[in-house]
Design a binder for this molecule. Structure first.
Ligand code: C5P
Length: 408
């Protein structure tokens, strides 16, 4: 018992995190929250309400959390379990938090294991509400949320979007990565407080005609992870997102763009008063010289079709040339080179050619780099010297990058 609920490990950053799951459709997304916390190296104990287990199965939660799942107030009574879990917790994250659970927390009720756990704990509490718009806007819920906030509970979201039925509006639980980032931020240093950071993410697309484009497979996950981590560490973040495949976080200012020229304009404007610009987006180097007004037809083109492309401006090089004293410019280099030494040489040549302060080199391929949850990077400074190497989840890579920038 004490080993299983022993609190954070001394000398490591591992936290003992209780994930409370309550009965809403969004309970399936709690699996993503648990997984991300485990990948970030934390020890996760799930406390699920009976209603939550109607939406997501105990075996799934146990497999993902790598711990047994606690649900019943009357199990393990000999170990005084109803208080032990809360006492050992470093952090409590409740996702989803239903209107009913929010009301119970506000009233301080302890009629189930989760209620007891929260009451018996001194750990920070983070909740991710999920409910229909009418319930979220009901004066009872509004008052309960105010009460919880006034007691120091961190409320993440809810977002605005598609709800369970055909309706949409405020009430949708925010995505797991954002919940995790906000939860860990509660215990994070605010070492970017007062700093303005611009991050680009995703991949630009260049239209050929009204329905087709030339693009790349970048999902935007690495850039979003950097934006989230920076916001969690206190930065004022502007995310310039090009065709993002995952939802943009609510904790940052977001500007959506499609093409390289649009990205260039957005970055140009946002970087004017930024302290740091991080170019994680995969930017199309060429665009069609002209865009067809109507759909290009095979009937009129015949067996071959040639596209005339013109070069796009290199935004990173432009930023590096025109940077203000003290402004830090960071680029990424996604390369398919299989040999490690040759990959590093490509990176060294690129950082010197582009003139950025740092360059993160990563390998991409059919199954590597783009659209995956993990990444492996080598970070070079402007001279081409290695200043950091990281492998792991995209959020872990994001934090390591920010650790370097915090010292710069
Ligand atoms: O030259 P390469 O495309 O490998 O450079 C990658 C880095 O340069 C990334 O940081 C990317 O965002 C940036 N880039 C840019 N403008 C381009 C092409 C790439 O800013 N036209």
């Amino acid at each position: 018992m004490s080993a299983r609920l022993g609190g954070s490990q001394p000398g490591t950053n591992q936290l003992n995190i209780v994930v409370g799951i309550t009965g809403g459709i969004a309970a399936y997304k709690a699996v993503g929250v648990i997984r991300a916390l485990i990948l970030a190296g934390h020890d996760v104990h799930v406390v699920a309400t009976d209603a939550a287990l109607r939406f997501v199965g105990k075996p799934t939660l146990e497999a993902i959390s790598r711990n047994t799942v606690d649900t019943d107030l009357y199990e393990g009574v000999a170990q005084v379990r109803h208080v032990a879990i809360g006492q050992a917790a470093d952090l409590i994250v409740i996702a989803p938090a239903t209107a009913n659970t929010i009301a119970k927390l506000a009233a301080g009720l302890a009629d189930d294991l989760l209620g007891n756990t929260v009451l018996a704990s001194k750990a920070p509490v983070v909740i991710a509400p999920a409910m229909h718009t009418e319930m979220w806007q009901n004066p009872a819920t509004v008052a309960n949320i105010m009460t919880l906030r006034s007691r120091g509970v961190t409320v993440v979201g809810p977002g605005v979007g598609q709800l369970t039925g055909t309706d949409s509006g405020p009430g949708r639980m925010v995505e797991p990565d954002e919940i995790v980032s906000a939860a860990l931020a509660v215990r994070r240093p605010q070492d970017f407080e007062g700093r303005r950071i611009v991050v680009t993410a995703g991949g630009t697309r260049e239209a050929l005609d009204p329905v087709r484009y030339i693009g790349n497979r970048s999902s935007g996950k690495q850039g979003i992870a950097i934006a989230l981590a920076a916001a969690a560490r206190g930065a004022d973040v502007t995310l310039v997102g090009a065709n993002l495949e995952v939802a943009a976080p609510a904790s940052v200012h977001v500007q959506h763009v499609v093409t390289t020229l649009e990205l260039a304009d957005a970055v140009d404007a946002a970087s004017q008063n930024a302290d740091i610009v991080i170019m994680a987006a995969a930017v199309a180097d060429y665009r069609p010289e002209s865009i067809a007004e109507s759909k290009i037809k095979k009937e009129t083109q015949g067996d071959r079709l040639s596209l005339e492309l013109v070069k796009n401006p290199d935004i990173l090089t432009g930023l590096a040339r025109s940077r203000r004293p003290g402004q830090i410019i960071v680029g990424f280099a996604a390369e398919t080179e299989p040999d490690d030494a040759a990959l590093l040489e490509l990176g060294r040549a690129k950082v010197q050619r582009k003139g950025s302060d740092y360059l993160l080199v990563n390998r991409v391929g059919w199954n590597e780099g783009f659209a995956t949850d993990g990444n492996s990077v080598v970070m070079l400074d402007g001279r081409g010297d290695i200043v950091m190497e990281a492998s792991g989840s995209k959020s872990a890579v994001a934090d390591k990058l920010l650790d370097v920038l915090a010292r710069a």
